[in-house]
Write a protein that binds this ligand. Sequence first.
Ligand code: FAD
Ligand code: SF4
Length: 489
Amino acid sequence: MEMNELIAERRKLAWREELRKSHSPKERTAIARAQMPELDPQYRITTLTEEVNQGLTEEQALVEARRCLDCAKPTCMEGCPVGIHIPSFIKEIERGNFAAAASTLRETTSLPAVCGRVCPQERQCESRCVYQTMKKPAVAIGYLERFAADWAREHNAVEMPTLAPPTGKKIAVVGSGPAGLSFAGDMAKLGYEVVVFEALHEIGGVLKYGIPEYRLPNKVVDAEIELLKQMGVSFETNTIIGATLSYDDLHEMGFSGLFVGSGAGLPNFMNIPGENLIGVMSSNEYLTRVNLMNAGDPDSETPVFRGQHVAVIGGGNTAMDSVRTAKRLGAERAMIVYRRSEEEMPARLEEIAHAKEEGVEFLTLHNPIEYLADERGHVAKMRLQKMELGEPDPSGRRKPIPIEGAIEEIPVEVVVVSIGVSPNPLIPNTFSGLNVTPKGTIVVNELGATDLPDVYAGGDIVRGGATVILAMGDGRRAAANMHRYLSGN
Ligand code: FAD
Ligand code: SF4
């Protein structure tokens, strides 16, 4: 059935018609948007692990779901990269059938509890909600998605998907981030034996090593991994494809297809003087050590430098995660240094707001030009060039221009460089025959297929740094198309 027909069919269900009539649009639009319960900022900066957003209560979710008008043309769905049946799951919540809401989400997304927490909803589904045209806050679609997914997990109501009979074919997945996990889940459902190879000792990719626990608890990611294991997916950690095992090794091991979801974990640097000093590091190093190696604990074998003055360079989600981590590790002055203004910051609005509540300082329109050392070779100061905004550049954002002579020096003991990432180069370099762009991303066609007939790819290794939901959507698309290819269609 076509998507539009399915939406119309579901909308015609008797219970849905009844529910629509139970409150007038005027009553629905008069309800204020739910406020997410949050930990107090003064308390939360003392804990690396407790989640800031506490999730809607059942009462809040029921009321928020009532705000949704169950539009005949749900424009919100056009803003969702994986086409979640948004009004369908929200109306299930409104009638109190939370398990059915979670099942509806599972039709199109394999990581609803993750996406409900980290998706930039304000730029996706919620930006297209009809409430925006009324100049009212959008229905809190992300909060409701998280509510339904958490409810199902906490009540052991996550349905085990129906698995097709075994095809007898084995599939290898490189990388266990959202692209690899969603691909693995879909292939397992289609009856394939799936093995996920992961270079690190932990499964989950950025969901584990990048995004901190206070924003995305590990138990949420682990529940998804557990479900995949129950579906028969197996995981081989500490295995680097392209080093531990080659492309040829995988063929010899009997794999008929390969999905590359190896991500973009190679940090970019500015190449300015002093970037090699002790105390200057990438956000990848900083976050991975704290999140996966317990380096926030001073008694661990490899603790990170703490520092009272910590500068994080950049304005994206990774920068916010790093600076908020620094605050939690006790920094007195935790600073974001960003060369444009706050308006151009790519980070989610919620992350910026949370960082400010936690006392993070924002040095916008500032750009580091040099780091200076103390007598031990440890970073002690940074020199910042003040900027102003000029005309828009090719990205559409106003270009930062240095203000001549406007330079200041600020004391710092830790600098975390968070100005973007590049694709992990190992697979592009070791799989001969792949078409790779000058930026190092793997080229795929509209089916997610690479130039090697049995190799598909998706997520950040193709997009060069994007979002969880886009990586997940790539994994799903590649699974559907690899299945067609392997079944001879
Ligand atoms: P990854 O998640 O990077 O996973 C790739 C995996 O492949 C890794 O585990 C890696 O170890 C493994 N690997 C690499 N090479 C090999 C190899 N040769 N052999 C075996 N394994 C290999 N997006 C959002 O939507 N919302 C957010 O709030 C958000 N916050 C972020 C915060 C941080 C700190 C970071 C770094 C990113 C954030 N993102 C966010 C972006 C998002 O996490 C990524 O776009 C997404 O994780 C990409 O998924 P992926 O599966 O392509 O790659
Ligand atoms: Fe509900 Fe907004 Fe989607 Fe309409 S656009 S169906 S009100 S979430």
